[in-house]
Ligand binder design. Sequence first.
Ligand code: SF4
Length: 405
Amino acid sequence: MKEFQSSKLLKKIMADHFLDMDRAAKEGNPKIAWCTSVGPAELLRGMGFLVYFPENHGAMLGATRMATDFIPSTNALGYSPDICSYLTCDIGSYLKKTTPLQKAYGIQSVPKPDVLVYNTNQCRDVKDWFSWYARELKVPLIGVHSFRNIGTITQYEIQDIAEQIKGLIPTLEAVSGRKFDMDRFKETVRLSRDCSRLWRATLETAAAVPSPWTFFDATIHMAPAVVARGTQEAVDYYQTLIPELKQRIADGVAAVDGERHRLYWEGMPIWGKLRPLSELLASLKTCVVASTYCNSWIFDQLDPDEPFESMGRAYTELFIVRDEAYKERYIESCHQLFKFDGILFHDAKTCPNNSNNRYGMPERLAKKLGLSTLTINGDLCDLRCYSEEQAKTQIEAFIEQLEER
Ligand code: SF4
């Protein structure tokens, strides 16, 4: 993976994010809300909370390969090894009092929440996950119950989600001791929308041939769009990264030297294997140019003039919430933009919600788009579900097949 100059700023943003939260948790001010990754972060930030995302911690546990050590502790509480490994590794890390934040930032533990806020738009696991902490830490648990598997979205769904988001306010006021301020909320929605627009533009630089970056780079540089959306810092970050990517395009700098093949990654990242996968694909002159996963943090429907309704829309129009027909049309539109010649589906053992290979989609897309697909088995965090040797053999054979087309 080629280094980016912007990485220095990225490291600072992430360090500030965790150190500020650690300080606030110790001082009790500002209050801390835990939020699911596609939960109502704008409302929380707009009401003065610092926002912590346990899924980001799960990804850190995966990337540092600590996850597998912690999962069994949660299994022992009755949580199956087949459910979300973010959930099982994160709770296990809490039980073992060990976190990657210790080594990265000298922080002893994740920040204690004052309130836990979920949205079930992505899966039920997030509610079960937060429910465990609500019982353990005795803090309020509130959330939004979303529609799932939707084709056409109507005003009915949007309005329902908007009302549910409004319904969170009284509890949040009680926890924070502050009155809801519409102007501050609107400003946060605007910042989040601006961040989303910039994140989309960042991802779309990969439409260039050769691509200036890969999916593996994007999984790292997406962090501000995930944990800091709704802040000026996130906006500033992408205003720094985009010119660097554009300069690479202007200079003909390819993320993968001699790029011959372009792929789409469908499904969760395999956090503990980003580097080896990136190196393997680079050695095969193959660039993963786009992914459903990184695109999932584009919320450009957000509109400060209609903050609740536009949040309802943004968090309902998400790929993960939609039916198969919509998902296929979405990937088709990505194919037109990014010009990939194959799709790599990751069947993540513990995340059926983000594994789209199981109901015939690869076969339908291969036929419709005239491209090749490959499914590899693995997991986001539980590396016991992933055979590196097998994946390597499959990927090499797949690229050979692309060579022969
Ligand atoms: S979508 Fe998948 S990875 Fe994300 S929290 Fe739900 S089960 Fe876990």
